[in-house]
Write a protein that binds this ligand. Sequence first.
Ligand code: KIV
Length: 263
Amino acid sequence: MKKKLVKILNKKFNYPITCLTAYSPSIAKILDGNVDIVLIGDSLGTTLYGMKNSQSVTLNMMKIHGLAVTNNVNKSITVIDMPYKTYENKLQALKNAKTLLNFTKAKMIKLEINRSNLPIVKYLSSKNLNVVAHIGVTPQSFVNFKKIKAVGRTKKESQNLIKLALNAEKAGAKAILLECITEETAKKITSSISLPTIGIGSSKYCDGQVLVFDDLIKIDKKQHYPKFVKNYLNFDELASNAVKKFCTDVRQKKFPSKKYSYQ
Ligand code: KIV
């Protein structure tokens, strides 16, 4: 593993890991060097393509957006999602993971995992691929995102999640992404494993935090954001104002002025 990756993933360095998603060159350039990890997430299906869920995201979409991002990331580590049904058995998973990693040159691959696909994590890790295991709420299992709710509340759920994280570590994963896991369970998982945990909606007790960039800047005013999303910017408002000003300028024949015209 490269030095930078080892450093980021080593809990001993003990600084909170930052991670945001990117699907395009412009966003990749904004994130590069500012966050530790840039995630080319399959959330691009819903966020960028307006799909109802992430089940229609294809390997080809991930390849195209992945390359557009990695071409513009030099300082941060890149992680790319394996889309729905592209890792159903070991050989299929290896073939598709290699295709994605070779084509995009992303450094790590992320899989949504459960008890039954742990052997795939083990197999990919044994082939020297850097796997991030995504546990808790795994969006690829949901057709309707409105049905998503936090997990880890009951003792049984909590024990199962801790066991899954421990098994993912044993299987060779390099980091665990925790989605929508209750505070207490996320805390227990983080203290039970030596791998770093990166949380989304999974409390401050994770070793790092990830958000979808488009949610962070609130690009979609009509979207209902989950409780865990903090909007750091009202991009929708800023952009709407810019559009209104452009329309006014054109209608009042103020744009394009001489400054924006060729003489
Ligand atoms: O696809 C994605 O963007 C993700 C984040 C929600 C963590 O997996």
